[in-house]
Design a protein around this ligand. Structure first.
Ligand code: SAM
Length: 308
């Protein structure tokens, strides 16, 4: 097995990938098998089988999702937003490489059309080939239009209105293509591309490692949307609570009744999300809320949020 020397090391007779979560902390993944390694036009891609999490997608050295727990991440990202809208018919996914976000959206019977816009066509082909368990045929669903373009450009130029817009992007890390998709100007374009009761949701980085980024995303969305709700869930492969931010033009996810959630997900075949999970997702611990109150960072095009 071979791998870029900067991110891999041999130890105890086995190859390890080191994922740097901060300059002072790293998560090491013991590799059973390298399935694919290479560079697309936009990012470094490693698809490997790790001993702890099974098949795993790494982009630029960061875990994106794993066979063991991808469903927790994708159900948490998709369903609270889909339920906050009373009956989503048109959905846009910006990013979403692996196709699992698409899979979850398509479970909702009200959905008539989904546009998925990812910048990296080579990555999508790799996901289709090596990670078909993630998309489970979703790319072939007749309701889907797949567009390869910069998500910001699509959102700014589309004349179409969507009921739900899901931002399943890589973190705004230095030198990565997602930085301009966390700014106030971008969120204004998202607002304009939403229908009257429209709902947007974004992955919002790690609460533990990047609380400043999680809070900046909350602050920035709050400049544009009347209702913004932070939420989180522990993702074992990320070794931390992962953050999300739901932004809505009218309905509030906290006002959804348990009966409505139960009724609307009855036929969806979910492993994690239900009415109990919904209540727990939106609970942010007191000490985290206190720290968030002390951070006033807002991301703009001229001064964008960047994780170094
Ligand atoms: N689950 C992930 C996480 O933990 O951060 C994010 C999912 S997904 C793999 C991220 C996708 O965002 C990738 O497929 C990448 O190509 C896409 N992406 C990044 N920047 C983009 C942009 N400017 N426009 C469209 N897609 C973008």
């Amino acid at each position: 097995m071979s791998l870029d020397k900067r991110m891999s090391t041999w130890h105890m007779g086995r190859l390890w990938v080191t994922e740097w979560v901060s300059p002072k902390e790293a998560h090491m993944h013991g590799l059973e098998e390298i399935i694919y390694e290479g560079r697309t036009k936009y990012q470094h891609v490693l698809i490997a089988r790790t001993f702890a999490f099974g098949k795993t997608l790494f982009l630029d050295g960061y875990v994106q999702s794993t066979e063991l727990d991808e469903a927790i991440y994708h159900e948490a990202l998709v369903h609270p937003a889909m339920l906050t809208h009373p009956s989503p018919r048109k959905v846009a996914i910006i990013g979403g490489g692996e196709g699992a976000t698409l899979r979850e959206v398509l479970k909702h019977r009200s959905v008539e059309r989904v546009v998925m816009v990812d910048i990296d066509s080579e990555l999508i082909e790799l996901c289709k080939k090596f990670l078909p368990e993630w998309s489970k045929g979703a790319f072939d669903d007749p309701r889907v239009e797949l567009i390869f373009s910069d998500g910001r450009r699509f959102i700014e130029e589309t004349g179409e209105k969507f009921d739900v817009i899901i931002l399943d992007l890589t973190d705004p890390a230095e030198g990565t293509p997602g930085i301009k998709l966390y700014t106030k100007e971008f969120y204004e374009a998202v607002y304009n591309a939403l229908s009257e009761d429209g709902v947007a949701v974004t992955q919002a980085t790690s609460i533990r490692y990047y609380l400043f980024a999680f809070t900046a995303i909350r602050n920035t969305l709050s400049k544009v949307f009347p209702k913004v709700r932070p939420y989180k869930i522990f993702i074992p492969a990320f070794l931390c609570e992962w953050g999300f931010m739901l932004a809505s033009k009218s309905r509030d996810p906290l006002e959804l009744s348990e009966e409505e959630i139960r009724e609307r997900i009855r036929d969806l075949d979910l492993i994690f999300y239900d009415e109990e999970a919904h209540r727990f997702l939106f609970w942010i611990p007191k000490f985290v809320r206190k720290k968030m109150d002390e951070i006033d960072l807002v991301s703009t095009d001229s001064n964008p949020l960047i994780i170094y």
